[in-house]
Design a protein around this ligand. Structure first.
Ligand code: F6R
Length: 215
């Protein structure tokens, strides 16, 4: 089975529950393959702010998963276009993701697919929106330290997943969730691509759902 995973604050609770379940019930990840959405360019896997480091410390180090079966784009690769090709091919070789976990950016990004991303996109280099760098600056010593570029799985690959679960919590995500639930597919709002997928579940708290209209 292949799990598509996300980083950021949102999935931390899920990862804590997976670890608890592994420890208490012995659920095994020995045969699980994972593939992550994105990685900052310029941060080696050992950098505490790299998404590889996040995944190892928040999840993989606490499971019986085989690290060689866990995949993230390499933000320290020498040739980014070859790295995009490699990662795109890897996703194809895994023959689709069984379950993709997503968070959502305040501007509607999924992975690091910022507003305006082609819905047909595969793995590519993105210039991070200023608002995204600001939102993620909380993990760095200053906003200048937040990388300006990242590698991300494209929207087409996300849509190839068999099932998608999008998580959102807090009022900062309320406007994005309103647009996602009440709006139409629109490349200016990347998460709206999920409307084109037959099996998406949104799990959100009351604050994140506070602007969704019932009609
Ligand atoms: C991270 C990712 C991003 C985050 C989004 C929300 O791998 O794909 O799309 O899900 O930026 O981040 P948090 O959860 O920190 O609010």
């Amino acid at each position: 089975m292949t799990l598509g995973l996300a980083t950021g604050s949102t999935p931390k609770g899920v990862y804590a529950e997976l670890i608890k379940d592994h420890q208490e019930n012995g659920t095994s990840y020995e045969k699980i393959t994972t593939i992550n959405l994105d990685e900052y360019i310029g941060l080696p896997p050992t950098d505490p702010n790299s998404y590889r480091h996040f995944m190892n410390s928040e999840l993989f180090d606490h499971l019986d998963i085989q690290l060689e079966n866990t995949h993230l784009p390499n933000g320290a690769a020498e040739d980014m276009s070859r790295e995009c090709e490699r990662y795109g091919q890897l996703i194809k070789d895994l023959v689709d993701i069984d379950l993709q976990l997503l968070g959502i950016g305040r501007n509607g990004h999924i992975g690091f697919n910022e507003p305006g991303t082609d819905f047909n996109s595969r793995t590519h280099v993105v210039h991070l929106a200023e608002s995204t760098r600001k939102a993620n600056a909380r993990f760095f010593s200053s906003i200048e330290d937040v990388p300006a570029h990242a590698l991300t799985m494209g929207i087409a690959s996300i849509l190839d997943s068999r099932e998608i679960i999008l998580l959102a919590s807090g009022s900062a995500k309320a406007e994005a969730i309103r647009q996602l639930v009440n709006g139409e597919p629109d490349e200016q709002f990347p998460a709206s691509a999920l409307k084109l997928h037959p099996n998406v579940t949104i799990i959100a708290d009351e604050e994140a759902l506070s602007l969704v209209s019932q009609d």
